[in-house]
Design a protein around this ligand. Structure first.
Ligand SMILES: Nc1ncnc2c1ncn2[C@@H]1O[C@H](COP(=O)(O)OP(=O)(O)OP(=O)(O)O)[C@@H](O)[C@H]1O
Length: 300
């Protein structure tokens, strides 16, 4: 009941959106597709939900071939597209009823599955979807994607544009759905969310860079990372770019993350360099790698 992709490629005229993508999502797994805008995530979702046909390769979802058995897939999967997919002029309840009707079911029949999520928006059931906040729209869209008890759930950037509290709640909901046996493929550009998945695929420019558990990807990071800050951020960036011992240096929140091209590089050397460059309020300390560091290293 999982997802299998074998050598999937897809182009839009000259743009190669997906290039030879192969991976497997195990039944009951919460699997993340992590990559920036334009990486090819939406194209992959469209192929797996039978809305687009691949140029090469084959794929199956819940045991059904995406081309030959597209009707079966449509019955058994839930899809929450990246852009808001609901009818803005229908109320919360009307939207949910509409999706239930399409799938030949009712809200009451599958209420158990959506209860946790739907109770949070039920007080607004007479409000038009277009008038909901980002977090509430997202809960309604998820309820609609679940109303027919899908075996596999596809969520394309479900937390984009949603506030941090709602994002956290959303991931807690996903974990609960997973415990009910639903296989979940979710995409996100947020690297911190990657760590909440069982396994992730890092994807960019239509290619997979790495697939593993978030922990294994982080553990495989090959270098010591220093977080660095000085009074003048812009000048710090420029100076780190020209420093002979720099392997990589990029902004990470209010710090820069720095790795060196030298074995056994010590933070003191960096401090000395920054002092020579007349930086003030120098802070340098070693820090643990994150998925974002791994991603940056792989795309270097
Ligand atoms: N209908 C289309 N016609 C032409 N090019 C397209 C079309 N749809 C997507 N592309 C291109 O294919 C590439 C992959 O796009 P896709 O939407 O799959 O990426 P994504 O990772 O989902 O990014 P985003 O979050 O921006 O949608 C991009 O270069 C995009 O510009």
């Amino acid at each position: 009941m999982g997802i299998i992709l074998n050598n999937i490629s897809k182009s839009y005229k000259k743009v190669k959106a997906l290039e030879d993508i192969s991976f497997e999502v195990k039944p009951g797994e919460l699997f993340g597709l992590i990559g920036p805008d334009g990486a090819g995530k939406t194209t992959l979702f469209r192929i797996l939900t039978t809305l687009l046909i691949q140029d090469e390769g084959n794929a199956s979802v819940a045991g059904y071939d995406v081309v030959k058995q597209y009707k079966d897939i449509r019955k058994h999967v839930g899809y929450m597209p990246g852009r808001f997919s609901l009818y803005q002029d229908l109320t919360v309840e009307e939207n949910l009823n509409f999706f239930a009707t399409i799938f030949g079911t009712t809200i009451a029949e599958n209420y158990d599955l959506i209860k946790d999520i739907y109770v949070q928006i039920e007080p607004f059931k007479n409000r038009r979807a277009g008038k909901l906040s980002g977090g509430m729209k997202q809960k309604l869209a998820l309820s609609c994607a679940l109303i027919h008890k899908p075996k596999v759930l596809f969520l394309d950037e479900p937390t984009t544009g949603v506030d941090p509290v709602s994002r956290k709640e959303f991931w807690e909901m996903l974990k609960r759905l997973q415990q009910k046996g639903i296989t979940i493929l979710v995409s996100t550009p947020y690297m911190d969310e990657a760590e909440l998945c069982d396994r992730i695929a890092l994807i960019t420019e239509g290619k997979i860079l790495q697939i593993n558990t978030p922990q294994a990807i982080i553990a495989a990071f090959p270098k010591k990372i220093f977080k660095v800050r000085t009074k003048e951020t812009y000048r710090l960036i420029q100076d780190l770019k020209t420093y002979q011992n720099t392997h990589s240096a990029y902004p990470f929140g209010e710090y820069m993350h720095f790795t060196s091209n030298k074995d056994n590089f010590q933070g003191d050397e960096l401090i000395q360099f920054l002092e020579e460059k007349n930086h003030a309020q120098i802070e340098v300390s070693e820090t643990a790698a994150t998925i974002e560091d791994s991603f940056m290293e792989l795309t270097k």
